[in-house]
Design a protein around this ligand. Sequence first.
Ligand code: NAG
Ligand code: NAG
Ligand code: NAG
Ligand code: NAG
Ligand code: FES
Ligand code: FE2
Length: 443
Amino acid sequence: MMAILESLFTTNNIIFTVIILLYILYYRKYRYYKFEQKLPFTKGRRLMGKTLPAFPNGWFIVARSSELKKGQTKSVDYHGQNIALFRGTDGVVYAIDAYCAHMGANLAEGGVVKYSKGLQCPFHGWVFDGSTGNCVTGPDMKPKMGEKYLYSSQIGDANFTGPALKLDKKEIIKIKKWQVRELGGFIFVWYHAIEELRTKTPPYEPFDLTEYTNKLSFRGTSINKVQSHIQDIPENGGDLMHFFYVHYSFLPFTDAFKARWKANWSRADNPNLREEMKHEVDYINDFKMRLFDKYLNDDNKPYIGIITLDSYLLMPGCQEIFFFNATGFQLGSGLVYLFLKSPFFETIFFQHLEPVEKYYHNIYHEIYASNYLPYCITALMLRLEAQQVMNDGKIWDNKQFAMSTYYNMSADADKLLFSWRTWFSQFYEGCKEAEEKREQLSW
Ligand SMILES: *[C@@H]1O[C@H](CO)[C@@H](O)[C@H](O)[C@H]1NC(C)=O
Ligand SMILES: *[C@@H]1O[C@H](CO)[C@@H](O)[C@H](O)[C@H]1NC(C)=O
Ligand SMILES: *[C@@H]1O[C@H](CO)[C@@H](O)[C@H](O)[C@H]1NC(C)=O
Ligand SMILES: CC(=O)N[C@H]1CO[C@H](CO)[C@@H](O)[C@@H]1O
Ligand code: FES
Ligand SMILES: [Fe+2]
């Protein structure tokens, strides 16, 4: 035994051991780690109950930049809409309604990029300008006039003699155009149920993370599948109590490593935000305040919720140790930017929701971490994060939407839930009416 130990510590072996250790830490397999949950946790049939509208307004990510090369198209189904996404030969990403104004072909399925920013229908060759939605006649992008005919509503009646088609109007042919942003490798589309607000410049923009991600490296993506009302997911940010019940355990299969959380939430337009979110540790507080300076402004403040989270680890036979301090920005209904700060490293979890259909969502977490953090550590962090989301998933996938519900207004946690819900209700503007109009659709 001693001989083996002694031989391990000869110079050559120490070098060898260090090399092996470094190799494990930088094992290439985890350079970019991807985790995908197989299935949601939904059990049996569930009475979802009455809910708020299923599709709130906001910026949502519909694709990664790498998925859309110049001249490529992608069909996007989201919020009950079919969108044709394409990258012009000018390099810009455009989003227009999927259905051609002529005979209804899907422009994303076989459409060809034309005149640098137009998309040509695969059926009879009409071209739509991605920047305006206008149907155009040639490379000069001149809008084309068309005659709109409506079928008579009496078709199908007994003894109907016609005419079957009636001229409705003569006008410029146009389909819906969606606002697009491309930032940090992601493509965002702005959804608003109200027509004028869909086309007007949105009141807030996705965050530009470049300043932070320049210092960090992109390490991986996790995808959790959730079957619940979309609000249940962001609502976690304003739900302090659930941390104690759902997130108390750090590692799966064992309760030996417990977590303790100190969480709080505030609307970003709270005039006392900086005092109330002040952190007692100076460098953490500086980090937080710098984030507020960079990302909050008078225009976007009403649409942002601030999460603060301190995490402590309890290990058997050890003193409680701090794990990390986090500051999160809930930006509208579909994006969360979580900045983790510790004395040893910096990490960003960027969470975005992909509505697959009514009550079915993919939750993405993109992890960015300090360059010197070993790959296997960030892979583990991402995997543990996905595990925490799965803990939530077991609740989400089987719960009802809490529409008319009881609050304990003498408890801080429920008061906060109440104010979180008040804040989030703004994202449903116009959605109820839009969804009622779409009722005849199957999704
Ligand atoms: C259609 O025409 C037949 C035969 O002329 C007539 O008996 C019937 O009442 C008509 N139906 C309607 C709905 O007008
Ligand atoms: C959250 O912050 C508010 C405002 O500073 C404070 O009154 C409240 O006690 C905090 N809640 C928790 C659970 O720390
Ligand atoms: C409501 O909250 C108060 C204060 O935390 C607590 O004393 C009380 O037991 C709670 N009521 C219920 C029904 O949980
Ligand atoms: C490393 C560090 O400063 N951690 C801090 C995280 O936040 C808590 C307070 O909520 C501090 O006590 C820790 O020191
Ligand atoms: S359906 Fe698109 S051109 Fe005819
Ligand atoms: Fe949670």
